[in-house]
Design a binder for this molecule. Structure first.
Ligand code: ZN
Length: 534
């Protein structure tokens, strides 16, 4: 997602994985939600069919997350038997059968306190928009609400007359039921991206993407007043962005891609195949293409390949932040990467989380993990990894990772192993220091010249806080400058074992200035001091 208008962090930590913790041996395969949106008010009626696999050792109760609804019934659709259930307003416990494959139908109603936002849009019309991240689906959808249990989803949505409805997957009106829309997403997706949007909206169809025999529709859904702006400015290259990411990473995973103006609390939210963007940036006409690239990149990273648990969030946000720039560079030149990484660096260095690691298992509130570590430092980890292993190994590793883990949930270690295989070298030190150590190297460098031996000596110390640990960097570039011109570009290996590292270069010309990583290829800071003037 894009964090532009992130609301105050909710104290949802205690809710994370409430049902998930009890679900060992249960794997949801498919959800079907039949939802009736009311003509007035906000009370919804939902019929949820949950199809799941049960391992032989699993418990004989299914625990579903569902908060604040009134449960009317739970039925076994095979025996048509009503099941006794226990519901405390947060978790629904239902006895399940011994069969490996089974389903339940849960019927419930109520006003969603969160997750499904019912309100007037910035243009004054009634609307319903799902906004589930990280674990707010449970306020309106009976689910195992955790990213590790992905599932396919289908929808049958009845909306007020004159409204249009969008949801995950391929959508179509239902014959002879003018208020109803059906949508089918066959690809397993995380519950936090299972959404519907419904309002009076304009829909414009951009040039579709053709993949062999598949046609992927590209749609822009807006409040009618914002349609021309959206088509002409932020989404002008929506099709090209998707095509570019396919070329770089691999085939798009879903049946269509809709870009939807909505009431999400985030700047934008990467719901699988139906991205929801915050309405304010449309109304103010401030929306640009970068948010579209970021969210489109999430369709690969976050949606198709999903972090298995919240501490691995950088696999979603760091990747979306970096591939936003990679796609931007492919469409508009390398300066997009240079300027974007410069902004990422500044944001990270100024942030309050430099003392925390990216994979922060001590932080239990996923909202607080939406920080400069997951986004900006995550993008830097990928950029430095690319610099370390080279473009060819980097992109083939990313492609292999996507191909191997598409439609599943992953950890940072799985990404590391794929990259080690592609690069043909161990990367344990790289990943350990950048993902599990906090901070970044702060270098203090002094240089002096030995005129007789035509030698420059650089004394380098790592002066970052001790708690961050020390760093190893295979190649730290150095520029040697004489009269304003760079005349040599040696490099050195930053060695964590030495308190003060001494590096010497023997040269024809002696420098009057030494610069350490002046092109900012690394996430470090360096203070460089020369000889005292005589
Ligand atoms: Zn994002």
């Amino acid at each position: 997602m894009t964090r532009a208008i992130l609301a105050a962090a909710c104290a949802l930590a205690a809710l994370t994985g409430a049902a998930r913790a009890q679900q060992r041996g249960i794997d949801v395969q498919n959800y079907h939600f039949s939802v009736i949106l009311p003509d007035t008010g906000a009370m919804i009626r939902v019929n949820a069919t949950i199809s799941f696999r049960r391992d032989p050792g699993a418990r004989d109760t299914l625990a579903l997350d569902l908060v604040g609804m009134t449960v009317d019934s739970v039925v076994n659709p095979v025996t048509v038997e009503s099941l006794r259930f226990a519901y405390d307003g947060r978790t629904l416990h239902v006895p399940i059968a011994r069969e490996r494959e089974q389903s339940l139908i849960v019927t419930y109603h109520g006003v969603a306190r969160d997750g499904l936002v019912a309100r007037r849009t910035a243009r004054g019309l009634r609307s319903f928009f799902g906004d589930n991240w990280p674990n707010r689906a449970r306020y309106w959808l009976a689910t195992v609400d955790h990213p590790s249990d992905k599932a396919a989803v289908s929808w049958l949505i009845e909306a007020p007359p004159g409204w249009v409805v969008v949801a995950n997957g391929r959508c179509a009106p239902v014959p002879r039921r003018p208020r109803s829309t059906s949508c089918v997403e066959r690809v397993p997706i995380p519950v936090y991206t299972m959404v519907l949007g419904a309002a009076q909206m304009a829909v414009s169809r951009h040039r579709p993407v053709i993949n062999a025999r598949d046609t992927i529709p590209i749609e822009v859904w807006t409040y009618p007043e914002d349609s021309a702006f959206a088509d002409g400015v932020p989404f002008r290259r929506a099709t090209e962005i998707l095509e570019t990411l396919q070329r770089i990473v691999g085939p798009f995973a879903f049946e269509k891609l809709a870009h939807v103006e909505s009431s999400t609390r985030y700047g934008a939210m990467e719901n699988s195949s139906a991205i929801f963007y915050a309405e304010q940036a449309y109304v103010r006409r401030t929306m640009g293409e970068d948010v579209v690239r970021h969210e489109t990149a999430h369709q690969w990273f976050g949606d198709a390949v999903t972090p298995r648990d919240w501490p691995h969030l950088w696999l979603s946000e760091g990747f979306a932040s970096y591939f936003d720039l990679v796609a931007g560079a492919a469409l508009g030149g390398d300066s997009v990467i240079a300027s974007g990484m410069g902004r990422n660096r500044e944001t990270y260095l100024r942030s309050e989380v430099v003392g925390r690691p990216i994979v922060d298992t001590a932080e239990t509130d996923p909202n607080r993990l939406l920080n400069a570590n997951a986004y900006q430092k995550g993008a830097w980890v990928l950029h430095m990894l690319r610099g370390l292993v080279g473009d060819s190994a980097f992109f083939s590793g990313v492609r292999d990772y996507y191909a191997a883990y598409r439609d599943s949930a992953v950890s940072s270690e799985q990404f590391q192993r794929m990259m080690e295989r592609a690069a043909g070298q161990p990367l344990a030190r790289f990943f350990r220091q950048w993902l599990y150590q906090p901070g970044y190297p702060q270098l203090d460098a002094r240089w002096e010249v030995d005129t007789a031996h035509r030698r420059v000596t650089l004394r380098v110390r790592q002066v970052q806080p001790e708690a961050w640990g020390r760093f190893r960097i295979a190649r730290v570039p150095v520029h040697l400058v004489s009269r304003g011109a760079v005349f040599a570009r040696p490099d050195f290996t930053l060695d964590p074992a030495q308190d003060e590292q001494i590096v010497s270069f023997v040269l024809e010309v002696l420098p009057d200035e030494v610069r350490v990583d002046p092109e900012e290829t690394l996430l470090l800071t360096a203070t460089v001091r020369g000889p005292e003037p005589r």
